[in-house]
Design a protein around this ligand. Structure first.
Ligand SMILES: CC(C)(COP(=O)(O)OP(=O)(O)OC[C@H]1O[C@@H](n2cnc3c(N)ncnc32)[C@H](O)[C@@H]1OP(=O)(O)O)[C@@H](O)C(=O)NCCC(=O)NCCS
Length: 160
């Protein structure tokens, strides 16, 4: 499905992301520029787009979702399995969320996260994570607005 034409948007529905949503993901990605891009943006979008070119096998379940109106896609959420690490029980990690600039602040991002929650629960997954750079303040506010709270984990780093 293409990215939506704004004029006749209708009710917004959310469903699982499919391989053939890659064009809409690429198109939405191209609308997200400059300060609108979070610092980890490119890495995850590129990974999904590369994976979607890998032939006809079905995408493994990852919790990823798209939001659409009748004539096209208005948002997507990419997620992947989080294996257990220090301080983090296994679960699912949100790696990118995007909403078409003309459809923001209408609860579309929240709907994507809600759909991920419902889908994850059905799969027996208990925790959903997202990791942000400190500078991604808007994304922190978005996650907090969707019911997330900072985890009790600190990451330390030194030069090798
Ligand atoms: C971040 C983004 C996905 C939010 O989508 P959205 O559909 O506008 O979000 P919602 O309307 O569902 O907002 C849910 C809550 O998040 C918070 N929020 C949303 N946008 C926000 C912003 N720009 N600044 C601060 N808080 C924000 C609010 O608390 C909001 O709750 P409220 O409506 O009760 O105030 C969207 O701005 C976007 O696509 N950004 C560009 C891509 C990107 O960098 N994504 C970051 C994650 S990788």
């Amino acid at each position: 499905m293409p990215v939506a034409a704004i004029a006749d948007a209708g009710p917004i529905t959310v469903r699982r992301l499919q391989r053939d949503d890659a064009d809409a993901v690429r198109e939405l990605d191209s609308l997200i520029l400059g300060e609108d891009r979070s610092s980890t943006w490119d890495e995850y979008i590129d990974r999904f787009l590369a994976f979607s070119r890998l032939g006809t096998q079905a995408l493994p379940w990852s919790g990823s979702q798209v939001a659409e109106v009748e004539n096209g896609v208005v948002g997507f959420l990419l997620a992947e399995r989080q294996s257990s690490g220090y301080g983090l029980p296994p679960g699912l990690r949100i790696v990118a969320v995007a909403v078409h600039p003309d459809f923001r602040k209408q609860g579309v991002g929240r709907k994507l996260v809600e759909a991920l929650r419902v889908d994850s629960k059905r799969q027996g997954i208990k925790h959903i994570y997202s990791v942000l750079h400190n500078s991604d303040e808007r994304d922190a506010e978005f996650l907090e607005g969707c019911g997330f709270a900072p985890a009790e984990v600190k990451v330390f780093v030194a030069e090798a």
